[in-house]
Design a protein around this ligand. Structure first.
Ligand code: ZN
Length: 262
């Protein structure tokens, strides 16, 4: 048993008793944790308003070494998600971020980079940045950090340059096969017999690389037309559904962002 301090994003709050809650938090230093927050449901409880969904707070908790729930002893609000009452599309996008954090991470598996990317995405969604772009950045960074990044350079099966191959096709056929099950782009020969293959424009694959790039901020002003954004959304909808084994609950709410294109 040890007392720990860290920053955390509130992912879920479940009533536990008349006065207490169980909270799921994504913490900067300890990964995802579940903790009992005693007295959290009392009007003047020890956590005040820090335990709202999507709030970022500074917490102190007692880390149990057994299977028992951790015990939250302090939570000080750093930032509340203020857009919640004003703009549903931003709120849904932030819920989606939170859903992916909850579903794709393990308890007590620290992921500093992912925490920073998630916190930045939630902050940006709350402060008026284009939501479609923020969600894409978060999704691609998550895939990269957690080791699920699809192969977006050369054929995932044989290493062939799929961009050159598409270029040689010319005209309408300049599309690249993306294998949802194979986990990346496929050349003409390797796509035969593959399941769940979609044909996308080379721009879609290039954009995925740009949004995943940890070294560059190019994603912020990457010039993407609405067709590319729409196709990207389609590819990632499938990809995340395959990764989770089901469609993310918030996914249907995202599509509107991409027709509006932000
Ligand atoms: Zn190939």
């Amino acid at each position: 048993m040890s007392t720990e301090k860290t920053d955390a994003i509130v992912l879920r709050v479940i009533d536990f008793s008349e006065t207490s809650c169980v909270v799921t938090l994504f913490t900067r230093d300890f990964g995802k944790i579940s903790a009992l927050a005693k007295g959290a449901r009392r009007p003047k409880g020890p956590f005040e308003a820090a335990l709202d969904l999507l709030a970022v707070c500074r917490i102190v908790f007692i880390h149990k070494s057994t299977d028992a729930l951790d015990l939250l002893t302090e939570a000080k609000l750093s930032r509340r998600f203020r857009s919640a009452s004003k703009d549903l599309s931003r709120l849904y996008a932030a819920y989606y971020v939170s859903e992916l954090l909850k579903e794709l991470t393990e308890e007590a598996d620290p992921q500093h980079d992912l925490y920073d990317v998630a916190e930045a995405a939630i902050r940006a969604l709350d402060s008026g940045a284009a939501p479609a772009r923020q969600v894409l950045r978060f999704e691609m960074a998550t895939l990269r950090i957690l080791g699920h990044m699809p192969q977006c350079n050369v054929c995932v099966e044989c290493g062939k340059d799929v961009f050159a191959e598409a270029e040689n096709n010319g005209g309408e056929k300049k599309r690249i096969a993306f294998g949802q099950v194979a986990g990346g782009v496929l050349c003409k020969r390797c796509r035969i017999g593959q399941r769940k293959v979609v044909l996308v424009t080379p721009n879609v694959v290039k954009s995925m690389r740009v949004f995943a790039d940890a070294e560059s901020d190019q994603w912020r002003d990457l010039n993407t037309d609405s067709q590319t954004m729409g196709e990207l959304r389609g590819v990632l909808n499938y990809y995340f559904a395959a990764l989770l084994g089901r469609r993310p609950r918030m996914q249907p709410y995202l599509n509107a962002l991409y027709t509006a294109h932000g």
